[in-house]
Design a binder for this molecule. Sequence first.
Ligand SMILES: NC(=O)c1ccc[n+]([C@@H]2O[C@H](COP(=O)([O-])OP(=O)(O)OC[C@H]3O[C@@H](n4cnc5c(N)ncnc54)[C@H](O)[C@@H]3O)[C@@H](O)[C@H]2O)c1
Length: 285
Amino acid sequence: MQTLAGRTALITGAAGGIGLALARKAAAEGMRLVLGDIDGPALDAAAEALREEGAEVVTRVADVRDPAAHAALDTAAREAFGAVHLLVENAGIGSAGSVLGGDLADWKASLDINLYGVLHGLRASVPGMIAHGEPAHVVTVASLAGVTVNAGMGPYTVAKHGVVTLTETLRDELKLGGHAERVGTSVFCPAWIKTNIAGAVKARLKGDGVERAPDPMRDAVSKFVQSAVSEGMSPAAAADAVFDAVRARRFWIFTHAESGPAIRRRMARMLADAPDPQPEPEPAD
Ligand SMILES: NC(=O)c1ccc[n+]([C@@H]2O[C@H](COP(=O)([O-])OP(=O)(O)OC[C@H]3O[C@@H](n4cnc5c(N)ncnc54)[C@H](O)[C@@H]3O)[C@@H](O)[C@H]2O)c1
């Protein structure tokens, strides 16, 4: 989609972090904004700041786990501005835990928000984007974790792999339906971006009332993520990368130099079809 000015962007999880940076970038491009987030006060504050910068903004408190919330966002966009041109399924949470020791509540929260949240959003808005006949583009926010494997981060990694595959599937279905010329797709796979994602995890673990069993891998990964995010790329630079890809109609959006080598290592292991490099010793007969 080359022309952005005057068109409408619908962004989930837009009250902070990457979502807010995307909203700010869309406004700077002259787009009208429809913003959703579960955090009403933070969403109001974000909208106020964007309006002061001259943006046209409509907001809805929307929990991405709820298909009806996506429908309400889509309706709000059509009523206020006529159509959705850029859909960004961004809302998400961090979630660590080992396969055997992690809490099922964390697996469920991650899959419900990070994966089903995206699926619900696509189903609510993409049919209208196909039908309105104007150029349109769908961006899902996955992660580098959506194409790599990360011990201790299963709940997040599995959900983000799902988002990547879901988006590839949508791209191919749009192609088969004859819509891909007009409705572009991209999947955003950033590495570390400096947001409050780790702080939000801490707050959730403290406040959700779940009694978690000890999981040293979860604790180690959470600590590592917190430090990596605090030294991450700026959300504004991440938003620039997304908009460059939308303009260029690029499907894959990566942000960091280490992404390519990390993907190549995984693919090489997959294609080598070799025995595990560190096999357990065979028991003596
Ligand atoms: N920060 C990173 O290093 C990084 C790296 C890769 C991918 N991502 C992805 O980027 C996206 C944005 O993350 P961020 O880093 O800006 O985090 P963030 O915590 O700063 O922002 C996330 C936003 O989503 C909202 N949100 C959370 N649960 C929601 C729900 N159920 N319904 C609606 N809104 C909800 C929050 O209120 C918040 O405003 C996420 O999908 C995340 O997985 C982040």
